[in-house]
Design a protein around this ligand. Structure first.
Ligand code: 5RP
Ligand code: CO
Length: 215
């Protein structure tokens, strides 16, 4: 399973240090949570953050756009250096078009579903996606408890992927720690995002523990 530390819980005053620590500890991706104060009730970073991260790490930048009107932000974040742009199915009436715009921008395309959003909303999109992100908390804040019912949602998507013969990666985000990672690994998730668990301890040790429990 790939591990994607979320910089949401990093020390912003020492961000370069924290990014380099998780890269050296073998993180697979760097997850960047973009919140606009509208789609979710919290405010974080803009494309300038992605542009600042790009030269200091060779990790792929997994950019989670929790924004209203995601179409407006695709070009700025792709230009800034995002490797994957993940947009919420709930955030636009034109999700298929938004995915087409991401692909036209030359980056990987992912769609995110909130805990209350059924997988059926992804049906027409799955063949054109590189990634599907299943939220395992309600989006907006780090440090929330994992929603156990979401593991079954992951397992259902694994089955659908197999039935359709597709190869998109399945990612989970929220509340992943040493107690919950085995559940999502067993359900078949390919990528786990972890913010507070990684950065509220010694990141290298925390990542090693996650890796051990994911086996
Ligand atoms: O998208 C997010 C919140 O909306 C974050 O990526 C997620 O919450 C990670 O933080 P933690 O591991 O602390 O739950
Ligand atoms: Co996220």
């Amino acid at each position: 399973m790939k591990l994607a530390p979320s910089i949401l819980s990093a020390d912003f005053a020492n961000l370069q240090r924290d990014v380099q620590v998780v890269e050296q500890a073998g993180a697979d991706l760097l997850h960047v949570d973009i919140m606009d104060g509208h789609f979710v009730p919290n405010l974080t970073f803009g494309p300038g953050m992605v542009a600042a991260l790009r030269p200091i790490t060779s990790l792929p930048l997994d950019v989670h756009l929790m924004v209203a009107d995601p179409q407006a932000w695709i070009t700025p974040f792709a230009t800034a250096g995002a490797d994957t742009l993940l947009i919420h199915v709930e955030a636009t009436a034109h999700i298929f078009h938004a995915v087409q715009l991401i692909k036209a921008a030359g980056v990987k395309a992912g769609v995110v579903v909130n805990p209350g959003t059924p997988l059926s909303q992804l049906e027409e999109l799955l063949p054109i996606l590189d990634q599907v992100l299943i939220m395992t908390v309600n989006p907006g804040f780090g440090g929330q408890p994992f929603l156990p019912a979401m593991a079954e949602k992951v397992a259902r998507l694994v089955t659908v992927r197999k039935q359709l013969g597709l190869h998109f990666e399945i990612e989970v985000d929220g509340g992943v720690n040493d107690h919950t990672i085995a559940t999502v690994a067993k359900a078949g998730a390919d990528i786990a995002v972890a913010g507070s668990y990684v950065f509220n301890g010694a990141p290298a040790h925390q990542l090693e523990t996650l890796r051990a429990f994911a086996k």
